[in-house]
Write a protein that binds this ligand. Sequence first.
Ligand code: NAP
Length: 279
Amino acid sequence: MQITASTKIAALIGHPVGHSLSPVMHNHLYEKLDLDMAYLAFDVPPDQVVAAVDGLRALGCIGFNVTIPHKEAVYSLLDHIDENARVIGAVNTVKIDSGVLSGYNTDGPGFIQSLKNMGYSIKGKKTVIIGAGGSARAIGVYAAKEDPESILILNRTHEKAEVLAGLINEFKGRQLAGAVHEIPGDADIIINTTKLGMWPDINGNPLEGHKLDSRTVVCDIVYNPRQTAMLKYAQAQGCKTCGGLSMLICQGLRAVEIWLGYSLPGDSWQIMNEAANVL
Ligand SMILES: NC(=O)c1ccc[n+]([C@@H]2O[C@H](COP(=O)([O-])OP(=O)(O)OC[C@H]3O[C@@H](n4cnc5c(N)ncnc54)[C@H](OP(=O)(O)O)[C@@H]3O)[C@@H](O)[C@H]2O)c1
């Protein structure tokens, strides 16, 4: 990759960011697609978020991704917020165009695309989301757009599952989602959006002890480790599975498309995946 005086900068801001796979995945893609761009990660302490965002704007960056714990802080600094991101209440991607900041959430489309890449669809399916945090909201809203049979939400804090179900129902204008206390035996798709199973607590498995139907597709959005305890458990019961790395790649590609304003070539997923798998 040759950095020139016209190279556009894309960035990640978070705290911490040292563990992020995004710089390697993005820069590999930019190089392979011959995009005159570079992607840098910045560890921004909470009291410097406003200064950092002003700096990215002043430097003419093309855009940036936002990760924990700055999603709320950045949301309040934006000039425009995409309608879906507004429903979700969080952005993870910001485009900077002539100094104007526009916020988007690529987690939902990233998850749906990762399922489609594997030949799975949510349409008409009984869909179960475990968790009711930020990523569950993003996936819940975008899953609702795919017209599933139902969306059932199971969360450690049940009240938050009820709030998310209410948000999805209001978004769809009908009773599509509900909060549940246990996973139904006839679920078509189960999606873990909690941190259970994430490094270093790699033995966490939200399905532990649950008898699965082998026709159920089981997805985990945790990508560290690639094969979580939940995915191994589901595979042992004959289920098809989808891991979180694919979603990470799809949401990253969507962010680049938002920054560039056009669609990336079809082999872009493989290019990012190639980079992620050498890490
Ligand atoms: N693959 C990707 O592209 C991608 C994108 C975004 C996020 N992620 C991953 O998704 C996970 C969640 O992120 P998030 O932003 O949604 O987090 P979040 O907003 O903090 O939500 C965390 C969720 O996990 C639940 N939870 C946490 N610890 C738990 C435990 N010990 N037992 C049961 N439930 C527990 C919380 O339940 P309570 O409500 O009861 O606290 C909440 O529902 C992270 O591992 C993150 O790395 C992956």
